[in-house]
Design a protein around this ligand. Structure first.
Ligand code: URA
Length: 240
């Protein structure tokens, strides 16, 4: 990559307009090889120089990876005519770079969604041949028993497929409801809700707190870029 203006580099690499990028440079948030640079027109090559924005490395790599905290009531889709989608809640620059959600959470499900434009990785993460663990916090409308834990562990016959063994950990249980953590390596349509339905329970709330090596750690409706370590761990998980 050739040297380009700092405001252009920041706009390309992040989720901000060129004018916002220029403001950040003027505000002294950017260093090039350890030196603060306040001129948005100053040029740098992100491959040859270490460009930092508020201490975070700025790169112009083609692939982007973000962890997003999906709120309830939002569709996991790129666009929808009437309903709000997860892509409406992130800066338009991400959609321009073809960043999309990996897999789906139901409209009423909250929690961790991976967003990326690395289609190859997304495909591998979703492939039934890999075993990428997803972890959900679930509230159901009745008690959960050791028989339920065993039924999840054995793999469950559903109407159109047999769910692979899953881990059910009961956190609290009472006659009128229970809370549990479910870990499963599949991601079929409505799978968690269908597994509980097969045990006679309705899911009241469903929240994904982990996806492979990623743990949810941002407030609802917000996102952050993955760290280098997380991206490497995801690639590793996608091989499994
Ligand atoms: N299982 C479901 O039933 N719904 C989701 O959104 C995710 C997993």
């Amino acid at each position: 990559m050739a040297a380009i203006r700092l405001d252009k580099l920041l706009a390309q690499s992040g989720e901000r307009s060129r004018s916002d990028a220029a403001k950040l440079v003027r505000a002294g948030c950017v260093t090039v090889d350890g030196q603060p640079v306040r001129d948005p027109a100053a040029k740098a090559d992100a491959e040859l120089s270490r460009v930092l924005l508020n201490g975070q490395a700025v790169t112009d790599e083609a692939y982007r990876y973000y962890l997003f905290h999906k709120p309830a009531g939002v569709l996991t889709a790129a666009r929808d005519r009437s309903a709000q989608t997860v892509m409406d809640l992130v800066p338009p620059a991400l959609a321009k770079r073809d960043v999309l959600p990996v897999g789906r959470l139901d409209k009423d499900t909250t929690g961790l969604l991976l967003l990326t434009n690395d289609g190859e990785l997304a495909h591998r993460l979703l492939s039934p041949k890999r075993h990428v663990w997803k972890e959900y916090l679930v509230a159901v409308d009745g008690p959960l028993t050791t028989q339920d834990v065993e039924a999840f562990a054995c793999g469950m016959e559903l109407s159109d497929f047999t769910a692979k063994p899953a881990e059910l950990t009961v956190l609290s249980t009472a006659p009128d409801g229970a809370q549990a953590v479910v870990r499963l390596a599949e991601g079929k349509f409505h799978q968690v809700k269908r597994m509980f339905a097969a045990r006679g329970r309705n899911v009241l709330t469903l929240h994904r707190q982990a996806f492979g090596p990623l743990k949810l750690d941002v407030p609802e409706g917000t996102h952050r870029p993955l760290t280098e370590e997380e991206i490497a761990a995801l690639h590793l998980a996608a091989q499994g």
